[in-house]
Design a protein around this ligand. Sequence first.
Ligand code: G6Q
Length: 542
Amino acid sequence: MALTSKDPTSTKTWQKLLDHYQVITQKTLLKRFQEDPERCHRYALEVDDILLDFSKNHLTDETLQLLLDLAEECNLEENRQAMFAGKEINHTEGRAVLHTALRTQQKSEITVDGKNVLPSIHQELDKMSAFVEQIHTGSKLGYTGKKITDVVNIGIGGSDLGPMMVYEGLRPYHIADLQVHFVSNIDGSHLVDTLARLDPETTLFVIASKTFTTIETMTNARSARKWFLESGQKNDVAKHFVAVSTNGKLVAEFGIDTSNMFQFWDWVGGRYSLSSAIGLSIMLGVGSQHFRALLEGMEVMDRHFEEAPLEKNMPVILALLGIWYGNFFGAQTEALLPYDQHLQHFPAYLQQASMESNGKCVDRDGVPVSYQTGAILWGGAGTNSQHSFFQLLHQGTEIIPCDFLFSTEPLHELQEHHDILVANCIAQTEALMKGRSLAEVHNEMEDQVDETIAPFKVFEGNRPSNTLMLRKLDPRSLGMLIALYEHKIFTQGIIWNIYSFDQFGVELGKVLAKKILPELSGEVPGNHDSSTANLINRYRAK
Ligand code: G6Q
């Protein structure tokens, strides 16, 4: 076990934080702002072009110090070093965790099992760039000599959500005359609907699967090949199918020449893999230069996380605030609210990264934990979300810490739209914090006070949020944002004393589905509880 194990509730600081919670809740956020006009400067951090304002949180210098003490008592710094150094911190799968190596330009050596991994990483990146260049310039053509106009990324989970989110996130950087599509679901509609718009002569399939065994991806890949072979010949497949995987043997067995394979390594977790060759579809969609700028942004945040003192460390501060609310205020969920249409898939992407990593109930000694771990992460783009679930954020019974996000520079000419967007984003953070008292309701209603209606118009406020402000959403700042949250997740996993890099929780359902599949056609009899058996029988009788 390369990570040390420490039950956070057994630390001296945990009890102090429990006591401190009683004190901090005596004063409202609004009161804290009224007492300290400098609060917004005291509780803010800047890394490159990203500003984090965390002043609208229930905290004082003492809170921050206690949370930092907790991180120290849980050996955060030592464990952080272990990750960057390529130690086997994914103990339950016997692997290092080195997605950070994929974007490392500033170091010359990172070793795994005594071997420097940086040369092969850079070699693979160059191979991807060369391939992408050939597709873009038309020196690699489809089997009838036409230029590739469409790329279909077939992958799921970590081999889909990251590339899809980044491709959408970087829409203004899309290469002209090339569209990237993402097919993930085993529901045949996903593939059929996508292929209906495409021409096999001009379509390139990227089969993205770390293991090359995932049933959804392999079934979709086989159906895509069948669709292609309705027009092309077997020996044309090489021009239209490439693979991204760690498993050369299965790639070859599928019929893809391994010279058309882009590799990555077992120390890259699926949900942390978009900066590996899994990002090939991103590179095809936005070009090699922009993909490299994304990696550069990720490295800026990696170095910040690795080197900044904990009290000035953006991912650490975000992580500690999450722990403060989850473990001491009883918040079970957190919302991510990007005020940016291009980032509409960012919450879903981070939902996987966070919930698959930290949704664990057994600690690093294999013992059930006695405290809450990963929060339920959800969210959506503003302002659309304001017209759907914000009611509950403002007047529901739950405390839901929110991260708001916006850019100062719009990516279009419609300045009026951008001003309205940003005004709404900032207003929401203020409304959550300030609320509206009964007296204010009376004031606003003037002499038309209807006493029976007034209570429904009260907002209790005092609801915390962070605000992230970017200069502009571009490949570099998006890279920084992704790495920011990756390291937040890592930090929380360390403090919660869990293993963040396995995902055994997704296995049981898959195993049972494999058993049920032949039962649906009656090939083999099943043995289930009455509900499961009845559902199978009703499906068979259809
Ligand atoms: C991510 C998970 C999971 C994985 C998919 C696809 O961390 O491990 O979401 O990415 O199950 O796996 P393959 O890439 O092996 O097809």
